[in-house]
Structures are given as C-alpha cells and as structure tokens.
Design a protein around this ligand. Structure first.
Ligand code: FUC
Length: 344
C-alpha cells in the first residue's frame, strides 16, 4: 500500500491511495473530491468507476458535485430557512428559493487541510476544515474532519467527525457518482441494486419533501430483493417522473440492517456493498446530469452515474418523524460509511 501526492491546478493537492489488490483512489484537498476510483473487474481489468472531470480546474464550479464532500446540510432545505430552538435561520438560496448542499461556500467548494497516514491495514488522508459561525447562514463554529481510508480488503472507508460551539444542524455526505461498468462504457440502467429500506420520502415538483413517507411495496422503489435501476428510469410512477425519470429520493434504512446497500454490475462483475451508521440515503441516478461535459473516459450524459448519499434527512427540519440532523454544542457528530468492492 502506498500514497502519492502531487500539486495540481489552482495550487490544489491531489492524493492517490493505492492498495495491494489493484485499487486506487484519488482525492483532492479542494472539496475533499474523489476524482478517480480504480477497481478491477472480474477479469482483473483495472478501470475507473466514478465520474470525474478530465480537466481538474472544472471542480472550482462543479454544479453536479462530482465526488465531493457535501455539507453542512446535504440535500434541499425548503425556502432556505429553518427553525432551531425557537430561532429562525436564513440560509443562502442557491437553487431558486431553496438551499441545496450547503450553499456556495459549502464543504464541496473549500480547500481542506490535508494529512496523509498509513497503518497496517490502510492508507488514508485526513481532511480538516473550520466553518465559521454564520457561514451560508448556519449557526455555530463547526470543526469538521473527514477521513478517507483505503484498506487491503478493498474497502473505501469515509469517517466523518464534527463538533460545534452552538446548537446547529449537520448532515454530511459524499457525492460520488458510481458507474461500476468501468470507464463510462454504458449508462447505469443495468446496475442491479438492493436496498434495505421499506420507506422513502415523497417529493413535490420542486424536489422538496412533502412530509409524507411512502411504502416501497409494489412500486419501483422496492429494492428489498434487488432490481435494475432501469425500472425507475422507464417507470410511470409519478415519483420517478417528477425527478426527471429515475430516482432522487431519500430511502430510510431498516433499523436492523448492517450492509444496507449492494450494487452489482452484471457485465463487469463488479459489486459494491455499502455499510453505514447513517439512518438513510439519497439515491440519485443522475437525472439532471447535463450532456457533453468532458469526463475522465468520455463525455457525460443523463444517467451516466448513480450517487448513494448516506446522510440524515433535511426533511426533519420541517416535519416530524424524519431522521434528525441537529447537533448540540459539546456533542460530537461521528458517522462512518464503508464502500466495499468485489467481483462475482
Ligand atoms: C443530488 C440531487 C439533486 C441535485 C444534485 C446535484 O444530491 O438530490 O437533485 O441534482 O445532487
């Protein structure tokens, strides 16, 4: 296992972690962005399995949040406002009148302090960032650490830790778009996905949670026994159609699940298992991906990648009964998501 680093564009640094099994992950100190993830297929061919810009400079804008750490609150906060302990906070409105993914100065668009480390079983990068009180409208000075580790068991582990000096809200995630087929040879429609989830969060036309949870049973949202993403892309279910044909929904995990998600790409044989202590995730099938961006391995198109954004639910700011995202002063936010890669 080893780590290399290089100075790239805009004085950003890129770190590449390599394990003994032929896996490789590259991470920028800007936005904590995963720019490349190399994994072998069933015949041992090493290919890139995430979407990333060919030209690193383009990450300065990155409106699709390719590979980025997202925060303070990933997802949409309705009308860019929320109430906490009887006080109302106004956030930056950066998607119409709503707030998306932490606003303009979110964790995806800042330079993080980076340190590398290696242990017997992993190599990694530890990223730290201090987000001042009032940034994008959020209360509290928040100190955040995101640690990426690549193990010899082909796991990419993301550890999140944070604290605050005032009550605040925090719902972080990573926004990598996976395409397990390798080197962008095809869309993600043929990926088979299993999710331990009985319920998902209903959205309105502006993709804001309505406050209702829907049962997955007898809908294209039932991934409990596995199904192809294609089902949601061609579906006539109103929830698939209003997000631009596909999925862009928060799935609430069954409480007793341990490996909540498994993705299988039948042609390459690659699999990815996700295990997390987060209460749910947004699965986003790249319905809004614009065409023709120059990516590593080819150009972008709709449904070219799928994100599995494990996180708390911003719907909890408006409605009761959704996975909470409050963080108290003196409390530590501590979350872990493990992506394990294999072939079958
Ligand atoms: C996802 C989605 C959004 C958006 C964005 C880039 O998390 O929930 O709809 O398009 O990423």
């Amino acid at each position: 296992m080893h780590i290399t680093s290089e100075q790239v564009v805009n004085k950003w640094k890129q770190y590449t972690l390599t394990n003994d099994q032929g896996m490789e992950v590259s991470i920028l100190n800007f936005g904590g962005i995963i720019t490349k993830l190399i994994a072998p297929d069933k015949d041992g061919n090493k290919e890139n399995i995430v979407l990333g810009y060919e030209n690193l400079e383009e990450y300065a804008e990155n409106p699709n949040y390719f590979g980025a750490v997202v925060g303070r609150v990933a997802g949409r906060t309705a009308n860019a406002t929320f109430e906490l302990n009887g006080r109302r906070y106004e956030l930056d409105a950066n998607e119409g009148k709503h707030h998306l993914h932490g606003g303009k100065h979110g964790f995806s668009h800042v330079v993080w302090h980076a340190e590398t480390f290696s242990t017997d079983r992993a190599v990694g990068v530890k990223l730290t960032h201090e987000s001042p009180d009032g940034e994008s409208g959020y209360p509290g000075n928040v100190r955040v650490t995101v640690t990426y580790s690549l193990t010899n068991a082909n796991e990419l582990v993301i550890d999140y830790e944070a604290d605050t000096d005032q009550p605040t809200v925090l719902a972080m995630t990573n926004h990598s778009y996976f395409n397990l087929r390798g080197n962008l040879k095809d869309s993600i429609a043929g990926h088979q996905v299993r999710i331990s989830s009985n319920e998902f969060v209903e959205l309105d036309k502006e993709l804001i949670p309505t406050g209702h949870k829907l049962e997955v049973g007898e809908t294209p949202f039932d991934f409990r026994h596995g199904r192809a993403l294609q089902d949601g892309i061609v579906s006539e279910h109103v929830q698939n159609q209003l997000v631009g044909n596909g999925y862009d929904h928060y799935f609430i995990f069954q409480e007793d699940a341990s490996k909540q998600v498994k993705v299988t790409e039948p042609i390459s044989g690659r699999t990815m298992e996700i295990a997390t202590d987060q209460p749910g995730m947004v699965m986003y099938t790249g319905n809004g991906l614009n065409e023709g961006l120059q990516l590593v391995g080819g150009s972008s198109q709709k449904h070219l990648g799928v994100c599995f954004e494990t996180q708390g639910s911003p719907a909890s700011l408006e409605h009761k009964g959704f996975p909470d995202i409050r963080l108290e002063a003196g409390e530590t936010y501590k979350k872990k998501t493990t992506f394990r890669f294999d072939v079958e």
